[in-house]
Design a protein around this ligand. Structure first.
Ligand code: COA
Length: 160
């Protein structure tokens, strides 16, 4: 995507009456139950381009100082064009604006591209929750030929 199109990207909270773009959230998390739990307590932001929802992320407070991105996804036809990076930048600004010191994001050991993207965007590995996915999800998850077993938690320190 060229910069001209990225400049047209609008990222904002999902309006109260608008339907939740569930299919998009399911790209990042196969469990509707988990997603519903996050939606109840979190804030959903959507990226729109010429009125079309192209991506989203969900922020969930974890403590007084820490907030987490619990779900981030870009429509398949819009992936690889810089929208994911724009969403992460927006999430950092929004979390700092809300007064948080730390922004966290978790991903699986098999999510190689996501680990690359998050570290490129300033997140550092903080902890590994071993067997998180095998214990919390009924079906085995495979990505890039690797079983997704462990949760890798990354964190970014926000500068106000
Ligand atoms: N393989 C390798 N690199 C990739 C990649 C892939 N599949 N997808 C993105 N990248 C790289 C890009 O090359 C780019 O790197 P660069 O800045 O060095 O050029 C960087 O990551 C940012 O890419 P961007 O276009 O901003 O990402 P995106 O719009 O595709 O969004 C995701 C990234 C992860 C949100 C998106 O691919 C997605 O929705 N995936 C499915 C849902 C998901 O896995 N969510 C995360 C759960 S933890």
């Amino acid at each position: 995507m060229n910069n001209h199109l990225l400049q047209q990207l609008s990222i904002h909270p999902l309006p109260p009456q608008a339907p939740v773009p569930f299919e998009l959230l399911l790209l990042a998390d196969p469990s509707r139950k988990m997603i519903n739990g996050y939606l109840d307590r979190g804030m959903l932001y959507v990226a729109t381009l010429q009125g079309e929802i192209t991506g989203e992320y969900l922020l969930l407070p974890e403590s007084q100082s820490t907030i987490a991105i619990k779900n981030i996804a870009v429509q398949p036809q819009w992936q690889g064009k810089g929208i994911g990076k724009s969403l992460l930048q927006h999430a950092s600004l929004e979390a700092a604006r809300l007064g948080y010191e730390y922004l966290q994001i978790g991903t699986g050991n098999s999510s190689v591209a996501q680990l690359y993207l998050y570290q490129r965007c300033g997140f550092d590995i903080k902890a590994i929750w071993r067997n998180y996915f095998t214990e919390h999800y009924p079906e085995a998850i495979y990505e890039n030929g690797i079983q997704c077993r462990h949760m890798i938690l990354l964190e970014k320190t926000l500068t106000a």
